[in-house]
Write a protein that binds this ligand. Sequence first.
Ligand SMILES: Nc1ncnc2c1ncn2[C@@H]1O[C@H](COP(=O)(O)OP(=O)(O)OP(=O)(O)O)[C@@H](O)[C@H]1O
Length: 200
Amino acid sequence: MRLIAENLGGERGGETIFSGIGFALEKGQALIVTGPNGAGKSTLLRVVAGLLPVAAGRLLLEGGAEDFPSVASACHYLGHQNAMKTALSVAENLRFWRDFLGADFLSAEEALETVGLDGIGHLPFGYLSAGQRRRAAIAKLLVSRRPLWLLDEPTAGLDKASEERFAVLMRKHLEDGGIVVAATHLALGLGGAKELRMTG
Ligand SMILES: Nc1ncnc2c1ncn2[C@@H]1O[C@H](COP(=O)(O)OP(=O)(O)OP(=O)(O)O)[C@@H](O)[C@H]1O
């Protein structure tokens, strides 16, 4: 599997935010997207995730057509928002995502254990601390098997131990043939990752 962006452009509210972006990622490779506030990192991830249209150029996924007819169907998108309902329990949220995304992987309980949140699956999501919410959102990556992880500031608000645990999860995903595209201001502990610097 290969994710390719050719001369990609993205817009917000009719304004060009970036243009001429190109990269090619093989399975097992990570791309770290860096750049100042407003450079367009989140916009790029949202374009790759299919949440915003491709304004110019093209985006393609080679070698996964039977399982994934589009780039969007191959990806997990972890945005700034955690995409969880505050009134539902943590486990109910994860079960919703597991049903919605398909391609079952870990159970909600196993995913919570993996991010160190075992024992709190019954709590409403809204009761969790900011870092716990982020960890529950990370658990979402584990309930459904999707090869392309698009991560927007994934470690914002995480403590050191959680950051390290997440680095292990990302490395495992890459070893298993996954691809990671992460926008971040912080080091993610992914040696050998490619870097794309956006300047706005
Ligand atoms: N809905 C919108 N309509 C118009 N402009 C927008 C919209 N959303 C974002 N923008 C603009 O798009 C530009 C890129 O924003 P984006 O969130 O992609 O930057 P970023 O590199 O992720 O920044 P940060 O490091 O602060 O997260 C900014 O100038 C922002 O004001």
